[in-house]
Design a protein around this ligand. Structure first.
Ligand code: GUN
Ligand code: ZN
Length: 466
């Protein structure tokens, strides 16, 4: 690429894309080239986990530019720095958008959500197992119809973008056509999304079950067609241990071995009745996680939603296998499932991302998810700092999904998916922000009072989609 610029940040990360011409970097100061765009405003992104053990962890974990400039070239980050430093170097005529009273952050990452459950969000009165029978299964049946699936997928993606979410790990339904519809809709907008067909061959209504063999071959065909097509990736998706036979889980493991970089996405230890049920269904297993582990389902690209009721050995195995947990506070409170132990997950060095878990979760907004994540930690007697909260919603999510080489912050070369948060989106926000004396305070207020109204714009690869 012809972009002879001295990058505003050199983060020393593996960027996957080399956009710097070695010969020009040292000499040239100008930011020139084709397809440049720039945004001016307050900009925040993370370089590491603010809760890491070293003394300067918080200070070193983020970069904040009060009057910053983000420059992209052909949809990737080209430069980031202070506006006063970068603007004079920017080639004349570069499209420049200035956001005042706003904060530009990397796009939010939702590490666990069900698109077929969009229409049943906020269904009254049940805990997990009864909620599945009463509301979830009948709704998921509708995704047999490809047209219905396409309409819902388009609606769902609009909700994500309205809420500033640019990447998600998504459950389809048991029907392969639900995943086709989802990927078609995501591809049309060039979104970075991960999805998979639910595998479930028992303990569900007849109209919704597959077989070990059909789940294997349907998943295999979807992987062949969609995995790594553009920005899309596939997740092998057994619903949870109670709805898969041992043979189906074995074949899920086989899919992971045969397609080394696909994801594994499932639920784990969300509800106490569910945990007790797994014990009876898999009597030979040491614990819930073992029902997955014995079939080779743990690993760097495995994401387990919830993980509330875990023993020490399960935390240890999750950490050792570099698996991730999706912390889904709005769902965990709504379904009365329990309080996620973030501190414990951290002690065992488990990758943690945030999940909305719609329709068990009650909001598409990662800001609202942070709101309830904070309250869950309060109830545990622990804390969730504002910096950690925004880290989890961005770089932490990218790490949980093993995607931090291409999204999650504004390191040079990364895909320019970002969100503009409006400090004055509502009268109350504007009034409360007036009282804030620090970035930390403003972040906390955004998380407590913000929702889709606070998302002024969402950009995908440098193109505005909201
Ligand atoms: N466990 C199994 N299926 C589901 C689901 O659809 N939602 C939630 N929250 N938990 C589950
Ligand atoms: Zn879920």
């Amino acid at each position: 690429m012809n972009i002879g610029l001295n990058l505003g940040v050199n983060l020393g990360v593996n960027l996957g894309v080399n956009i710097v011409d070695e010969n020009q970097t040292a000499a040239a100061d100008a930011i020139t080239g084709e397809n440049l765009k720039a945004w001016r405003g307050s900009i925040l992104h993370f370089l590491s986990d603010p809760d890491a053990a070293d003394a300067n962890a918080v200070h070193n974990s983020y970069q904040y530019f009060c009057d910053g400039l983000l420059v992209t070239q052909s949809g990737r980050v080209a430069a980031l720095g202070n506006a006063t430093d970068l603007l004079p170097r920017l080639s004349a005529g570069t499209a420049l958008t200035h956001y005042r009273n706003a904060l530009i952050v990397p796009g939010f990452i939702d590490t666990h959500i069900h698109y077929p459950q969009t229409e049943m969000i906020a269904a009254y009165g049940e805990q997990l197992l009864q909620w599945l029978q009463t509301y979830t299964f009948p709704v998921e049946r509708k995704f047999e119809n490809a047209e219905y699936a396409a309409t819902t997928a388009a609606f769902f993606l609009r909700q994500l973008l309205c809420n500033g979410t640019t990447t998600a790990l998504v459950f389809g339904s048991v029907h392969p056509q639900s995943v086709e519809a989802f990927f078609n809709a995501a591809e049309a907008q060039n979104l970075r999304m991960i999805c998979g067909k639910v595998m479930m061959d028992r303990n569900a209504p007849d109209y919704l079950i597959d077989t070990p063999q059909s789940a294997y071959s349907d998943s295999e065909a979807l992987i062949a067609k969609w995995h790594r097509r553009g920005r899309l990736q596939y997740a092998v998706t057994p619903r949870f241990a109670p709805t898969s036979s041992a043979e189906q889980l074995r074949l899920a493991g086989q899919l992971l071995r045969e397609h080394a970089d696909v994801y594994l996405h499932t639920h784990l230890a969300e509800n106490l009745d569910e945990v007790a049920w797994v014990k009876t269904l898999f009597p030979g297993c040491k614990h819930y996680l073992d029902s997955y582990d014995q079939f080779g389902l743990l690993g760097r690209r495995s994401v387990f939603a919830h993980g509330i009721h875990l023993c020490d050995d399960e935390y240890r195995r999750l950490g050792a296998s570099r698996s991730a947990l999706a912390f889904c506070p709005t769902s965990n409170l709504f379904l009365g499932s329990g309080l996620f132990n973030l501190k414990r997950a951290q002690q065992y060095r488990i990758n943690v991302g945030l999940g909305t878990d719609v329709g068990g979760g009650t909001s598409f907004s990662l800001l609202q998810t942070l709101n309830e994540a904070y309250k869950v930690q309060q109830l545990r007697g622990d804390t969730l700092t504002p910096f950690k909260a925004f880290y989890l919603a961005t770089l932490g999510g990218a790490r949980a999904l093993d995607l931090d080489h291409c999204i999650g912050n504004f390191a040079a070369g990364k895909e320019a998916d970002f969100t503009v948060l409006d400090y004055r989106a509502t009268e109350l926000l504007a009034m409360r922000m007036e009282q804030c004396k620090s970035l930390q305070e403003r972040l906390f207020v955004l998380a407590m009072l913000g929702d889709d109204r606070a998302v002024k714009a969402t950009y995908i690869m440098g193109e505005q989609l909201k």
